[in-house]
Design a protein around this ligand. Structure first.
Ligand code: NOJ
Length: 539
């Protein structure tokens, strides 16, 4: 058993979750695409890193119009990644290594190649017609003003049956109709397929979009939305919450599983909305992403404010989570500006010591940065559509950098996206040998977290709220009292220790790592981070 597994250890709350983009993690068969055997091969790496769970972006069969978020079969594995027996093996081996496996689940829409949509679009009286959202209009007018998240109208006219269907994303991703009971029953059966196989949970894609207005009313203009009507008609409707509750009931039949929601809502950073999907803390999602840190400038006060906001909004029986990067946006490190590597360490210490589950996006632990592509190398259809204004999402999806050999050790073949050129010095193999590397920083803090109940589940009490570029907070559990101090600035800062005797248990700067008691006033070097421990009587 792992060190941290005390009796009431709850893996999704007290552990660290690692997000894998399977296409880019490790290619085992040299076709340039990452796959499940590749992930299996790298399980020892994940054990060594110390993560407790992996979340895999979609691995189901798909025409890949939206990188697998357009699923054409919910109970199988895409040939690109392997097959069900590979998945079973991954699940078994991961479980043996005490790593849980979370799948991505897209409930808002399917691929237009999914047999349900093929049937639904075959005629207006097909029994599955209403499994999707169809609307006939008298003339060729669009049914309403709803926009696709990927630009233009959310309605596509279907010539053969002379009606529009709704697609909140690409037109190849028609929205399911969650008012249809028979569809829900079938969908839930397919979810149970994975639960019975032993999958530990789901990351739920745009889960707040499931409920749509029955009357398909127009959305307010952005002006009205911001200042008058605080609601959209194509998301966050009561039905979204209802389905989430039903899903929770389903998943609660299986012990120890988790539901993590992606709440997609412009403008981002509405912690109150995110928290609303956690219900009373027991009856809805276990966790939901609040992306506000994605949109903050590197300023301690701004970071602090969004953390505080989330902590305050989360119902007392529910649990927060934090994330700095994912497959849709720029890598965190690229948003930090000048001195990004130094800042990324401070951000890592923050992520791994807050009260809430940390999500680490593959490569973040190395300081992997965005790639930049010429127009003809872009793969993401969104990038193709909006280039040069927006170059799409490929930038944060490049292959994992394992070593300094060809293609970063990801594959011997040309990968589906190029490896970042910096792989020669940003890679796992080299960083493992450098004590002060980003990877060893992540490993060390994760290790510390495993040994400390305060970090895993303790109370969070702020001491310095971002003033003068410093964030400091206590994490306490029973008689263990830790103090985390972070200097966001490129300048040295003076810091006054609170009452009591403290010693350093971890410092981002190796010279400062010692267990000597600290002076009352101590100088925080630029971009430093300390985890201090208060001395108790028996220490
Ligand atoms: C959110 C996912 O993270 C993104 O990659 C995808 O394109 C949309 N949902 C649609 O499924």
């Amino acid at each position: 058993m792992k060190e941290q597994q005390y009796a009431d250890f709850i893996w999704w709350k007290h552990g660290v979750i690692y997000h894998i983009y399977p296409r880019s993690f490790k290619d085992s068969n040299n076709d340039g695409i990452g796959d499940l055997p590749g992930i299996i091969e790298k399980l020892p790496y994940l054990v060594d890193l110390g993560v407790d769970a992996i979340w895999l972006s979609p691995i189901y069969p798909s025409p890949f119009k939206d990188s697998g978020y357009d699923i054409s079969d919910y109970t199988a594995i895409s040939q690109d990644y392997g097959d069900l027996s590979d998945f079973r093996l991954l699940l078994n081996l991961a479980h043996e290594a005490e790593i849980k496996v979370i799948m991505d689940l897209v409930m808002n829409h399917t691929s237009d190649q999914h047999p349900w949509f093929v049937e639904s679009s075959s005629s207006i009286d097909n029994p599955k017609r209403d499994w999707y959202i169809w609307k006939k209009t008298k003339d060729t007018n669009q049914p309403n003003n709803w926009k696709s998240a990927f630009g233009k109208s959310a309605w596509e006219f279907h010539e053969p049956t002379q009606a529009y269907y709704l697609h909140s994303f690409f037109k190849e991703q028609p929205d399911l109709n969650w008012r249809k009971k028979d569809m829900r029953i079938q969908f839930f059966k397919e979810i149970e397929f994975w639960l019975n196989l032993g999958v530990d949970g789901f990351r739920l894609d745009v889960i707040n979009l499931l409920g749509k207005d029955r009357k398909l009313r127009n959305n307010p203009s952005i002006f009205r939305f911001l200042f008058m009507e605080k609601s959209w008609f194509n998301r966050n409707r009561p039905r979204s919450y209802k389905i989430v509750k039903k899903l929770r009931k389903l998943i609660d039949k299986y012990p120890n599983r988790v539901l993590i929601g992606e709440i997609y809502n412009p403008p981002p950073g509405d912690s109150q909305l995110v928290a609303s999907y956690l219900g009373n803390g027991k009856d809805s999602l276990h966790m939901a992403f609040d992306f506000s840190l994605f949109f903050k400038r590197w300023e301690a006060k701004k970071f602090y404010k969004s953390i505080e906001k989330l902590q305050n909004e989360i119902p007392s029986k529910a649990w927060p989570c934090y994330v700095l990067s994912n497959h849709d946006l720029s890598r965190g490190i690229n948003r930090f500006g000048k001195n990004k590597f130094e800042k990324a360490r401070v951000a890592a210490m923050l992520l791994l010591t807050l009260r809430g589950t940390p999500f680490v996006y593959y490569g973040e632990e190395l300081g992997m940065t965005n790639i930049s592509l010429k127009r003809d190398a872009i793969v993401d259809p969104l990038g193709k559509r909006f280039w040069p204004l927006y170059k799409g999402r490929d930038k944060s999806r490049s292959p994992m950098q394992w070593n300094a050999s060809i293609h970063g050790g990801f594959s011997y073949q040309t990968p589906w996206l190029p490896v970042n050129e910096n792989y020669a010095f940003v890679n796992v193999e080299d960083q493992l040998n450098i004590p002060t590397s980003m990877l060893n920083t992540y490993k060390a803090i994760i290790k510390l977290r495993k040994k400390s109940k305060s970090l895993q589940k303790g109370k969070w009490k702020p001491l310095i709220k971002g003033d003068d570029q410093i964030i400091a907070y206590f994490r306490t559990n029973k008689d263990e009292k830790l103090l985390v101090v972070l200097n966001f600035s490129a300048k040295s800062k003076e810091f006054k220790l609170p009452k009591g005797n403290y010693f350093t248990i971890y410092s981002l700067l190796k010279d400062f790592e010692n267990s000597k008691p600290l002076n009352k006033n101590f100088i925080l070097p630029p971009f430093s981070g300390f985890i201090l421990k208060k001395k108790t009587e028996n220490q």
